[in-house]
Structures are given as structure tokens and as C-alpha cells.
Design a protein around this ligand. Sequence first.
Ligand SMILES: NC(=O)c1ccc[n+]([C@@H]2O[C@H](COP(=O)([O-])OP(=O)(O)OC[C@H]3O[C@@H](n4cnc5c(N)ncnc54)[C@H](O)[C@@H]3O)[C@@H](O)[C@H]2O)c1
Length: 243
Amino acid sequence: MTDLTGVVTGAGSGLGRAAAEHLLALGARVACWDRNGDTLAWTEADPGALSTTVDVTDPGQVSAAAADLRRRWGRADFVVNSAGVFLVGPLAEVDPVAVRRLFDVNVVGTTLVTQALLPDLIATRGAVVNLSSTVALRASRSNAHYAASKAAIAQLTRCWALELAGHGVRVNAVAPGPTGTGIYAAAGMPQSQVDELLTARAREIPLGRIGDPAEIARWIGRLLADDWVTGHVIPVDGGLSIA
Ligand SMILES: NC(=O)c1ccc[n+]([C@@H]2O[C@H](COP(=O)([O-])OP(=O)(O)OC[C@H]3O[C@@H](n4cnc5c(N)ncnc54)[C@H](O)[C@@H]3O)[C@@H](O)[C@H]2O)c1
């Protein structure tokens, strides 16, 4: 990844931060975007990181951040779309405002960021990695709308891969299984409920445990580095999707 330059969204926490740290360790320069600027303080220690407070649902903020990256570094070879939110709750209770917000961040945000950097990706014959989820690949009871947003990401990944292959731009996704990050607390779940959920999920996972952010980050790095894989959604989930 030496000499490569790109963006990781949601880099303030969880899988986005793990991906950004991994890519920086491999020698890339990484623009770390997050709507919560305070969470990007970790980037100050790394000269290869450029931290920017960006809400990925705001087209003006996204295009300003893309223009800033272009001005400073002159190129973008990759985009990792990790900014995302979770929503739990049965159909009878789900709040339509929360559903709109979920799709705005997970689906529209991924679109706005990839669109803003598309000219750069075409110029560099670059690569995109999106964050789908195991719940996009198998039905679950308690988070239908979140699962639908992640299924949308899986299908956008395949469609964009086909659309952009002629430009040499590759588009893949990872579909992580349950991984201990801040996403559940950010959705308003109390810690006891998060622990209960992750313990229950761990029992369903053939390899017997939840994921570690670094394991997901390594696959993101592989998908960015490989030259002849596009349009794939790779489960990184301890076997959950085949159980
Ligand atoms: N943790 C899991 O178990 C898991 C499993 C499968 C997929 N995923 C996906 O991985 C991605 C990362 O999730 P995570 O677990 O690291 O969550 P996280 O909550 O730890 O991190 C998400 C980050 O995205 C940022 N963010 C949220 N909305 C934003 C916006 N509008 N603009 C900019 N930044 C925004 C948050 O501030 C946060 O720093 C998400 O897309 C999620 O759906 C997570």
C-alpha cells in the first residue's frame, strides 16, 4: 500500500478506525473522516493521517473534504466506506424517522462519498471497499431495516463493480459478523443488552466467538491491494453466514 492515498469514513471508531490504522501501518496515506471530530484525536500521532470532520450524509461537507484531499495529496487510490449506524427493533415498533436516518447514513452516505471521489478513483484505477454485514446474507429477527440497508450495500457493490470495471475501478465489500465496536451503544443499546446480544451471537458462530476489528481490517486491506477481484461481498464472520 506504500504510495497509495485514500479515504476511510467512520475512522473515529470500530472497524473504520481499525482499517485506517492497518492501512497506515502498510504505508498508505489515509484521510480519516468522521462526523464526530473528537474521535479522530488518535490520528494526531500518525503523520500519514489527515483527519477531517465530515458528515457523510451532507453533500457539501463531503465534496469540500474531497476537494481538500485533492488539494493536499493530488490523488485518491481507495475509499473505504465504514461510516454506519445500527437500528434494532421489531416492525411493530420501528420509528420511520430512524429508518430514514439509517438509510441516509448507510446507503446515501456511502453513495455520496464514492461519487465525490469517483473522478479520482477513475484517474488512479483505484478501489472501493464497502461495509456490508452477515445480516445482509441471512435473515435475522430483530434488525430487519439495518439488514436491508446492508443488503443494499451488497447489491450496490456488485452493480458499481460492473458499472466501473471498464474504468479499471474495483468495488468489493466485506460482510463482517458481530464484532465488538461502539455501533450498538451508538444505537442507544445499554451495555447489558449489548453484552447479551454478542454472547448470544457468539453461540451461533461456528468458530465460537465474535470478531475482532483488526480481523476485518486485514480483509479490507487485502481487497484494496488485490488486482483481479471485483464485485464480491466477502463474509468475515467466523462461519456465521453458512451456519
Ligand atoms: N460492529 C459490527 O458488528 C458490524 C458488523 C457488520 C457490519 N458492520 C458495519 O461496519 C461499519 C462500521 O461499524 P462499527 O461497528 O465500526 O461502528 P462504530 O459505531 O464503532 O463506528 C462507526 C463510525 O461511523 C461514524 N459515523 C456515523 N454516522 C456518520 C456520518 N453520518 N458521517 C460520518 N461518520 C459517521 C461514527 O461517528 C463512528 O465513528 C458500519 O457500516 C456497520 O454497519 C459492523
